[in-house]
Design a protein around this ligand. Structure first.
Ligand SMILES: C=CC1=C(C)c2cc3[nH]c(cc4nc(cc5[nH]c(cc1n2)c(C)c5CCC(=O)O)C(CCC(=O)O)=C4C)c(C)c3C=C
Ligand SMILES: [Fe+2]
Length: 482
């Protein structure tokens, strides 16, 4: 390890100090890696963290760490020895001058992703895990006891269609391999920035499961963890679901509940990500004979409308802002092509975010659009939705609809500028890691009254039978393209 992180907490009376002048106060310190300041209204303290990188060329002269203490008179003190160590618990003002509890730091980064079946035999159990997630099929309370039987039913109904898709891309999802590659690339990018870390992969619905990754984090005695979901935008159904699992596991465990954790909920607005997307689009536009005539077609994975409109999922807003930022970046490079956003991969009988990708493609063809560049925008790796749904199904539909020239931007994968930016996101998140202790939105649906429990089960079963076994429902899960 060749980096040091110190944190200091001080009372809110110091709050007039903002991020900029806090950073300025640090300016005479050698080789600062990252300086973070934030106030915590709940705890009536403000947190200041100074993260210093080592300099491999001149190690002996480099200040490796320090916490900056600022007192009301504006005097500043750099606290802490230059050593490979970290203070993980916040100081109170009295102890700021002498850090006594310095322990060895082991940084962990947990990458969260969806996971995918590796063989065709995995498809149905993978789908079962997915549909058994209450963040994917959000049943009303009365029906919650039906989550698993329903997941079984839907997974069996859907698996022939899904298997076809996975068979078309080689018999399984490439997501595990790509995520492992991304993990290694992030580890190396952090190493290059002077931070030694263990990077873990935790999948939500297939191996390696998030639970396994957390067990490994425990075994490795990680002392500070950054959680980085590999979804640029937040959705209840993706990042939200994975974090719910994390919170559940962490709350139950003595070691994990005290582990300082920093969760990066979304990162679609990061400059490095936007620029990397801009690079991919700019490059791919050059493959057309008339680049200026090409419609840039952003295709995002959809979610049911009720997530956004009833449950407050910020996914659509973040997606729209993300597209705006990418287009701004392109404009700054003199690229002002027309663009549009549509949502793909809907499944089941409910309304999903509109407009739907398949419908928009047909409309664009009818309107006379001849050249189209598809840009998958909700994932950063190739998988069934890009390789099969976009490259095969949507391409075919577009050509049938009159679009003559078609290309797709590849997923970011391990693009160096993107990986470097994720490493920076991790570094920026490190100082604000705190123990995950707050109760979560997980409601423990334990029904203590046996009579009301029986009535619920009885009424729920009848309603469910009528609803879920209707032919319309079965067709919706079986036939729609995800
Ligand atoms: C931002 C990304 C994603 C959102 C939002 C999302 C929501 C969501 N997905 C389903 C149902 C399925 N998704 C499936 C595959 C799949 N989904 C995502 C990403 C998001 N899902 C990815 C990256 C993948 C591919 C994984 C892989 O195997 O490579 C599938 C399985 C595929 C199939 O059957 O064709 C289903 C089913 C719902 C219901 C939902 C929101 C509620
Ligand atoms: Fe999905």
């Amino acid at each position: 390890m060749n980096a040091t992180l110190y944190s200091a907490a001080f009372p809110t009376t110091f709050r007039s100090l903002d991020h900029r002048n806090f950073s300025a106060l640090c300016s005479d310190i050698q080789n600062p890696g990252y300086v973070d300041y934030h106030s915590n209204s709940n705890k009536s303290t403000s947190q200041a963290s100074l993260f210093l990188r080592s300099d491999s060329t001149n190690r002996s002269n480099v200040v490796l760490g320090g916490a900056l203490c600022v007192n009301p008179s504006g005097r500043r003190n750099l606290v802490g020895p230059a050593s490979y160590s970290v203070e993980t618990s916040a100081y109170d003002v009295a102890s700021l001058e002498s850090p006594s509890h310095v322990a060895e730091e082991k940084v962990g980064v947990l990458l969260l992703n969806l996971g995918g079946p590796e063989t065709l035999n995995d498809v149905q159990p993978f789908l079962f895990n997915l549909f058994a997630d209450p963040d994917i099929i959000r049943l009303p309370r009365l029906f919650r006891f039906l989550q698993r039987p329903l997941a079984k039913l839907i997974s069996v109904l859907r698996s022939p269609k899904s298997k076809e898709g996975y068979a078309a891309i080689g018999g399984g999802s490439p997501l595990r391999k790509i995520t492992d590659d991304q993990a290694l690339a992030i580890k190396m990018a952090l190493e290059a920035k002077g931070i030694s870390s263990n990077v873990y992969v935790g999948m939500r619905y297939w191996y390696p499961f998030t639970e396994e990754a957390i067990q490994q984090i425990k075994r490795d005695r990680i002392t500070r963890l950054v959680v980085l979901p590999l979804y640029p935008q937040f959705s209840i159904s993706t990042t939200g679901s994975s974090i719910r699992i994390l919170e559940h596991i962490f709350r139950e465990d003595a070691y994990l509940s005290k582990l300082p954790v920093s969760i990066i909920n979304s990162w679609y607005q990061r400059e490095g990500y936007i620029k990397s997307m801009g690079n991919l689009i700019q490059k791919e536009l050059q493959s057309f004979s008339e680049p200026k005539e090409v419609m840039i077609f952003f295709s995002a994975h959809g979610v049911p409308v009720s997530y956004v409109e009833d449950a407050g999922d910020p996914y659509r807003d973040q997606m729209e802002e993300c597209i705006f930022l990418i287009m701004q970046e392109l404009k700054a490079r003199g690229i002002s092509n027309e663009h549009t956003l549509a949502y793909q991969s809907r499944v089941g009988p409910v309304q999903w975010l509109k407009p739907y990708t398949d419908e928009v493609l047909v409309e664009l063809g009818q309107k006379g659009v001849k050249s189209l560049l598809a840009v998958p925008v909700s994932f950063v790796s190739e998988h069934i939705e890009t390789l099969e749904e976009i490259d095969m199904e949507y391409k075919e539909l577009a050509i049938e609809s009159g679009i003559k020239n078609w290309a797709r931007v590849p997923a970011l994968g391990v693009t160096p500028s993107f990986i470097t930016d994720l490493a920076d996101a991790v570094i920026e998140a490190l100082p604000s890691a705190t123990a995950m202790y707050a109760p979560t939105s997980i409601s423990e649906d334990v029904d203590h009254d046996p009579v009301s429990y029986f009535i619920k089960i009885f009424c729920g079963s009848i309603l469910a039978f009528i609803l879920f076994l209707s032919p319309k429902m079965i067709m919706a899960f079986r036939n729609q393209v995800i």
